[in-house]
Structures are given as structure tokens and as C-alpha cells.
Design a protein around this ligand. Sequence first.
Ligand SMILES: [Zn+2]
Length: 269
Amino acid sequence: MKMKRNIHLGIVVAAIILLVASWTSSCSKGGGVNVFSVEDDIKLGKQLDQEIKSDPATYPLLDETAYPVAYSHILRITNALLNTGEINYRDRFEWQVKIIRDDATLNAFCAPGGYIYVYTGLIKFLDKESELAGVMGHEIAHADLRHSTDRLTTAYGLDFLLSMALGKNSSTLKDVAANLALLSYSRKDETQADEYSVKYLCKTDYEPNGTAGFFQKLVDSGQSGKTPAWLSTHPAPDKRVENINKKAEACGTGQAFETRYSEFKSSLP
Ligand SMILES: [Zn+2]
């Protein structure tokens, strides 16, 4: 009896997997199946973006009309990265950038669907535009390679697939968006995002190893222990510096744009 039940369950599982596979538009670059559609990434990101905008106590956004110069700087960097010809969802994702006014936080993140957030703490910590471009490239890579929904697929597993199959998709998506921020990327995703940051920067005027400059500065300033959660997954910062520099060797040199960057910093409150 037991065996028969297991076989039956096996058939049900296979049917669900088939259903999901037929309805999933893409496989992740990491090789695993991502059960979310590209539309789901966009919906999730939009949901998260709305939550951020409605919570100024946690996310004090720098006002765009009050600080147009700061936004012109961050938009220049964003557009340089997005226009490299290397972004899969360049035209499909939203790709908006916002500055969060919080000098104590060394962070940046990009929600699925291309909603980029950069903290003033990170901008002020760095000295070169190429370094910020590197970190932003890393975050853009997570979104463009759809790492968040990869993670969610792993985290939610079959139960989630079932709830989707039962048509509870939209309400579940809302809950999922709330949990997105709690998930950290895998080591493999981190390494891949580092490599893609080099790939993007290679196609710009920036030093291709800008991201390494950021990690090096974390190590040098003794702040690697205070590394935010999004960076605290392995590999260790010094190992990442090595990997990024190695990857960047193949694509020549670029510029740091320090003068322009100091003007950007001066434009912040
Ligand atoms: Zn990352």
C-alpha cells in the first residue's frame, strides 16, 4: 500500500513539475529551474518598490526634486551600466534608481524587475565613481540574472509551486515580496554577480575592477566585519578582490573619475 501511494505521489509531483516547466518561460543561468516568470519578477519588484516608498521611516528616500544634481550623477552611472548591451532585460524591466538618505548604511540593492536603491552611506564611503559603478553593476546583475526568484524557488519549494498551481498566485506574490529582503544570495550567485560587474564595466569607460576597489576598501578600513548581509555570504572580501582583478585583466584599463565623483558626493545632503 505504502509503495503504491508513493508511486501515486510521484506521478502527482511529476505532473506538477511538467505543468510548471511548461508554464515557466525561462531557466536560470545558474542551471536550476526558476519557477517564476519574468512577469513575476516585474510584479515582485513593483510590490517591493511600493512597500519601500510607503515606509519612509525605514527607507528615507532622497527627494529627486530637491537634489536634482545628485540624481543626475546616479543616473549617469546607471545608464552607463544599462547601455552596455549586456543587460538581458534592458527593455523589459523597469530600471529605476533611488538614493536612500542614510549615511550609516553601506549598502545598495536591486529588487527583481530592476528597482535599484543606493544608500548615501555607500556613496560617501567610496572615492571613485568606478567603485560605485562596480557595486551597482553587481546589484544590477542579481536582478538581470534573476537571482532573487532563483532563491525564492529554492526557499518556497514544492509548496509554493502547489499554491501557484491552485491559482493563489497573486496573494502569494505579495507575501513573497515581503520575504524577498530576508533572503541572501548564494555564494555562486555572489561570484557570478561579481563577474558580471566586470563584464559590464568592461563595456564602459570605468576601471573594469571597480567592484574590487570597494571590497579592498572594506578590508583596508577594517570594516569587512561590518559587511552588510548582502555581502556577508562567502567568499570573503579579499578572495573576491582576487577573483575580480583576475577577471578584469582581460579587458584593459579604464578611468576612476574621482573628480566627478567628489562632485557627486558634494551634491548630497
Ligand atoms: Zn550580491
